[in-house]
Ligand binder design. Structure first.
Ligand SMILES: Cc1ncc(CO)c(N)n1
Length: 220
């Protein structure tokens, strides 16, 4: 089995608590309180700034130029596309970039970003990939499931978000990431390392679920 599929299968409970979280279900039905979504999205903007740094660290930790280019794709996807979605949505509620960037980081935001940055700093590229993988691949899985379930309709206030993460471009980005961690695994994975990689993948999935919960807890 390829590395990503193996990690996902072994972390099945943590993965399910992330991609099937109550926040995601309500988002799909369109009945998620707007206060919860707004809170989530502002924290997610702050999260993405740190995630762009994590992908930049991936460039630094890359053994090959090909790996550097893959890491660069992650940086570009965040800085050139994803942050703009957040600014667009926040703008539609009258929030400016300054409002968002001056919001205080919540503890789940700090916990998740600190974890990923530390995994990359203390380890090699494969460690960093194990910590990053749930992010892009999980969101692509959620976006595609919601889109296929017909959730991105005019009646759903979150259709723009669903369209973005269900888009072909985002699906391709996630597939590219899965292939990339599999290829790195082909070169650097040993059985002795696997337990640590799985533990990081499980933690990142748990921190994703905590991130959704932070949004739900902020509902009016
Ligand atoms: C918390 C979180 N995980 C993953 C993504 C996908 O990039 C995101 N925007 N936010």
């Amino acid at each position: 089995m390829k590395l990503f599929e193996r990690l996902k299968a072994d972390a099945a409970p943590q993965w399910a608590s992330y991609v099937d979280h109550e926040f995601v279900r309500q988002l799909g039905k369109g009945d998620l309180p707007l206060s919860a979504f707004k809170h989530y999205l502002v924290q997610d903007y702050l999260f993405l700034i740190q995630f762009a740094r994590a992908y930049a660290l991936g460039i630094y930790k890359s053994p090959t130029v090909g790996d550097m280019r893959q890491s660069l794709e992650g940086v570009k996807a965040i800085l050139d596309v994803e942050l703009d979605l957040h600014l667009e949505l926040c703008g539609s509620w009258g929030m400016t970039r300054e409002d968002i960037e001056s919001a205080p980081e919540n503890t789940p935001t700090m916990a998740y970003t600190r974890f990923v940055l530390d995994a990359g700093m203390s380890g090699d590229l494969l460690d960093l990939q194990a910590a990053l993988a749930p992010c892009v691949i999980g969101y692509a899985e959620i976006g595609s499931a919601l889109r296929n379930a017909g959730a991105a309709t005019d009646g759903n206030p979150y259709s723009r978000w669903i369209e973005e993460y269900g888009s072909d471009a985002y699906q391709d980005l996630a597939k590219g990431f899965a292939n990339w961690i599999d290829e790195t695994g082909d070169v650097y994975l040993t059985e002795a390392r696997y337990a640590r990689l799985l533990s990081m993948f499980e933690k990142a999935s748990r921190l994703e679920a905590d991130f959704w919960q932070m949004g739900l807890d902020a509902a009016d």
